[in-house]
Design a protein around this ligand. Structure first.
Ligand code: ACM
Length: 506
C-alpha cells in the first residue's frame, strides 16, 4: 500500500466539518450495512447500499460483504435511517420546512464510518460526501492497485440552505440524447443537485413524444438550430430519464414553453394557426415571433392533451409552462392564456412554474412558482410567490466565460467562474420566498457533449455551493483550492471542463 493519499476536497462545502486525526481504512473485510426504523425505507436503502457497494467494489476490487444490520462494529460502513436518537442538523434557511429530508451526519473514526439521516434521500446526499472523502481513484472504472483507501476521521453535519438546487438543459435548440442526460444526472448528483429541468419545446424543436399529437415530433423532432441533427424522447425514453433521475434523488421538471416559443407546434399543426396553415420549421436563434392563439378553444384542447400526457410521465409536483418572451402576444391575451394554462395544470394536480413575466399576469395564483431570469421581481414579492433564482449574469451557463470564449452567448454579459461562485440569491429575492436556485444551459451554441462539458464545468460546482452552503462559509480563495482538486477528479471521469484563467490552478 502506498502512503500518499490524494488530496480531498468537499464541494459543496458542508454546513459543519470537524476534522480529527487519523483515518478509517477500507479493507477487503469491510462490511457495508444499512438499517432503517421504518419498513417503507427498506427498498430504497437496499438500492442505495447496492449503489455504494458496487462503486467501492469496482474501484477497490474488494469483496465488501453487505446487507441489513444495525451494528456499527469495527471495519463497517453503517448507513442508518432513523428518526430516533438523532437531531437533524440545523438549517440556516427559515423558508425550509422540509430541511431535514436532505440532512445527514457523517461520522468517521478509525474503527468505522456511520452515516445517519432521517430519510434515504439524506443518506444519498451523505454518500456523495463520502465519495469525496475517498481517494480520487474511487471514480475509476477499473480497479486501482496500490491505493491507500483511507477516509479522514471527521464529523460532518450537513443540510442544504435551499430546497431547490437545479440545472436546466435546453434540448429544444439542440437535442441531447438520453445517454448525455444520464451522464449529466450523474454529475448533478455528485454535487447534491436535486432538480433537472428539461426545456423540451421551443420554436425550433419539439422533443417529447405526445401520442395524441404525433406530428409534433414527426415534424419538429428532426429540426434543430443551424440545420443540425435533431431528435426527440419517446415516452419510454422519458420514463427512463425520470427513473434514472429519481434513483439519484433528482426530480425531472418538464417544460412546455408557451404561448411564445411555440413555432414547432405551429409548424406541426395548421389548426393551431389563425389561417389554418402550418408555419415553416425554424432553425434560427431569434426569439419572440411565435404565439399560440390565446382566444381559441382549439389551443386549449391541444394544451390539455399535452399537459395530461406530460403529467402522466411526471411523478413530481411541478409543470413548467414557460411564459417568457411572449412578444407576439398582447398583454391581455397573455394574462388570459396564462390563467387558463395555470388552471389546466391545477386540474392535473401540478403546481405551475413560469419565467418572467408570467408573474405580472393577475391570473397567476400566488401558489405558482416564478423562475426569475431578471435581477428582481417586485410583483412576485408582492404576491408572496415562491421564486427560483436564475439571474442570467450569474446563473446562466450559456453565457461566455469571457468575450473571446468560442462557445456561448453574451447578451447578459460574461460569467467567469468566480462570478458563478460568488453570487447570493437572497440579494435578489427575500430569503423567505426563495425556493432556491437553478442554472440554465440554453443550447443555441452547445451542439455536442463536449460543448456541454465546457460550458457547464466548472461553473456548475460554484452554483452547487451557492445553493447548498451557508453564505458565511463561502470563500473564493478556499474554494479555488477545492475546485482544483475536484476538477482533477472530473478529468479522471472524462469531463472536459474549461480551465478558466480566473481560477488559480497551481
Ligand atoms: C429566457 O432566458 N428566455 C428565460
Amino acid at each position: 500500500m502506498t502512503a500518499s493519499a490524494s488530496p480531498r476536497a468537499l464541494i459543496p462545502l458542508p454546513a459543519s466539518v470537524v476534522w480529527n486525526p487519523n483515518a478509517f481504512r477500507l479493507s477487503p473485510q469491510t462490511r457495508i450495512v444499512w438499517c432503517a426504523d421504518l419498513p417503507e425505507h427498506a427498498e430504497a436503502m437496499v438500492r442505495i447500499t447496492t449503489l455504494l457497494t458496487d462503486r467501492i467494489r469496482t474501484a477497490t476490487g474488494f469483496p465488501l460483504p453487505c446487507g441489513e444490520n444495525r451494528a456499527s462494529d469495527a471495519d463497517t460502513i453503517l448507513l442508518e435511517v432513523t428518526t430516533a436518537d438523532w437531531q437533524s442538523p440545523a438549517c440556516s434557511n427559515p423558508a425550509r420546512a422540509d430541511a431535514s429530508s436532505e440532512a445527514y451526519r457523517l461520522t468517521v473514526t478509525e474503527a468505522c464510518v456511520r452515516l445517519v439521516a432521517t430519510t434515504p434521500e439524506g443518506i444519498f446526499r451523505g454518500i456523495q460526501t463520502l465519495y469525496q472523502l475517498l481517494p480520487a481513484q474511487i471514480d475509476a472504472v477499473e480497479p486501482a492497485s496500490d491505493i491507500d483507501w483511507s477516509v479522514p476521521c471527521c464529523v460532518i453535519e450537513d443540510a442544504p440552505v435551499y430546497a431547490w438546487r437545479g440545472m436546466m438543459l435546453d434540448v429544444a435548440r439542440h437535442f441531447h440524447p438520453v445517454a448525455t442526460v444520464k451522464r449529466l444526472i450523474d454529475q448533478l448528483a455528485r454535487f447534491k443537485f436535486n432538480k433537472l429541468h428539461l426545456h423540451l419545446t421551443d420554436d425550433q424543436g419539439w422533443r417529447l413524444e405526445i401520442k395524441s399529437w404525433p406530428a409534433l415530433t414527426e415534424v419538429c423532432g428532426p429540426v434543430a438550430v443551424n440545420g443540425d441533427p435533431g431528435g426527440f424522447y419517446t415516452q419510454d425514453d422519458y420514463r427512463e430519464l425520470v427513473a434514472y433521475a429519481g434513483s439519484h434523488y433528482i426530480d425531472l421538471i418538464p417544460e412546455i414553453d408557451m404561448p411564445g416559443h411555440t413555432n414547432a407546434a405551429l409548424a406541426a399543426y395548421g389548426e393551431l394557426n389563425p389561417d389554418g396553415v402550418r408555419r415553416d420549421t425554424y432553425t434560427g436563434i431569434e426569439v419572440g415571433f411565435s404565439s399560440l392563439m390565446c382566444r381559441e378553444e382549439a389551443t386549449y384542447r391541444f394544451i390539455d392533451d399535452v399537459l395530461r400526457e406530460v403529467t402522466a410521465l411526471t411523478p413530481g409536483a411541478y409543470l413548467h409552462i414557460g411564459g417568457d418572451e411572449a412578444k407576439a402576444t398582447t398583454e391581455e391575451d397573455f394574462a388570459y392564456f396564462i390563467g387558463r394554462v395555470c388552471a389546466i395544470a391545477a386540474t392535473y394536480g401540478k403546481t405551475p412554474i413560469g419565467w418572467n413575466n408570467f408573474e405580472l399576469a393577475e391570473t397567476v395564483p400566488s401558489s405558482a412558482v416564478l423562475q426569475m431570469w431578471q435581477n428582481e421581481s417586485p410583483k412576485a414579492v408582492e404576491k408572496g410567490m415562491k421564486v427560483i433564482a436564475s439571474v442570467p449574469n450569474r446563473a446562466y451557463l450559456d453565457m461566455k466565460y469571457h468575450e473571446d470564449y468560442p462557445l456561448g452567448l453574451a447578451w447578459a454579459g460574461c460569467v467567469p467562474t468566480d462570478v458563478a461562485y460568488g453570487w447570493e440569491p437572497s440579494d435578489h429575492v427575500p430569503k423567505a420566498l426563495l425556493l432556491g436556485i437553478e442554472c440554465p444551459l440554453w443550447t443555441e451554441t452547445a451542439v455536442t457533449e463536449a460543448d456541454i462539458d465546457q460550458l457547464v464545468f466548472p461553473r456548475l460546482l460554484g452554483h452547487a455551493e451557492v445553493g447548498w452552503t451557508p453564505q458565511a462559509l463561502r470563500n473564493w480563495p478556499d474554494y479555488q483550492i477545492r475546485l482544483r482538486i475536484m476538477t482533477e477528479r472530473l478529468r479522471l471521469q472524462g469531463i472536459r471542463y474549461y480551465a478558466d484563467p480566473v481560477v488559480k490552478w497551481d
